[in-house]
Design a protein around this ligand. Structure first.
Ligand SMILES: [Zn+2]
Ligand SMILES: [Zn+2]
Length: 163
């Protein structure tokens, strides 16, 4: 099974995602503090990956007394709870649309518009696991970050190249 999952930054979807995060944290007995909630909201409001210092800049214009360690701790919490994913190659973060179950999220990164999509593929996971195991290496986890153009950007740049 393979499917790509685009982040939706429209308001109803964001509100629903935040409510879902609240319910999830309540069920797990962990606290989604106002700052953690606001950081999550800021990450979810974008379709592209967000860097920690952008979050800091935004938060410093608001009421939150957000110092770098506070924001990093909030991000660590959100990562632990699976509510956001780290984009290693960009040193940035994206929201996760299905935080209920832990999963290896491969990421498709558009170099033109910055859009990030999550890719889930059992076939790919199995192929990576098998290929790596064959070398004798014992993998804890494997996650791909694929650079390129999203479908919309690819469609809009192709005619220009032909012209
Ligand atoms: Zn995810
Ligand atoms: Zn794009």
């Amino acid at each position: 099974m393979t499917h790509a999952c685009a982040y939706s930054a429209d308001r109803p979807a964001r509100t629903e995602a935040l409510l879902h995060a609240e319910r999830l944290c309540a069920a797990r007995g962990v606290r989604l503090t106002p700052l953690r909630r606001r950081v999550l909201e800021l990450v979810q409001s974008r379709t592209e990956a967000v860097k920690a210092y952008d979050l800091l800049a935004q938060l410093s214009t608001e009421d939150h007394a957000a110092k770098p360690p506070t924001v990093y701790r909030a991000l660590d919490f959100l990562l632990e709870q699976g509510l956001v994913h780290r984009v290693d190659s960009l040193n940035a973060f994206v929201g996760c649309n299905h935080p209920d179950t832990p999963h290896a999220a491969h990421l498709l990164l558009c170099s033109q518009c910055g859009r990030v999509e999550e890719l889930h593929s059992d076939t790919m996971d199995a192929a990576i696991a098998q290929t790596v195991a064959a070398t004798g290496f014992f993998a804890h986890h494997a996650r791909l970050e694929v650079q390129g153009l999203c479908a919309a950007c690819a469609a809009s740049t192709r005619p220009a190249r032909r012209a």
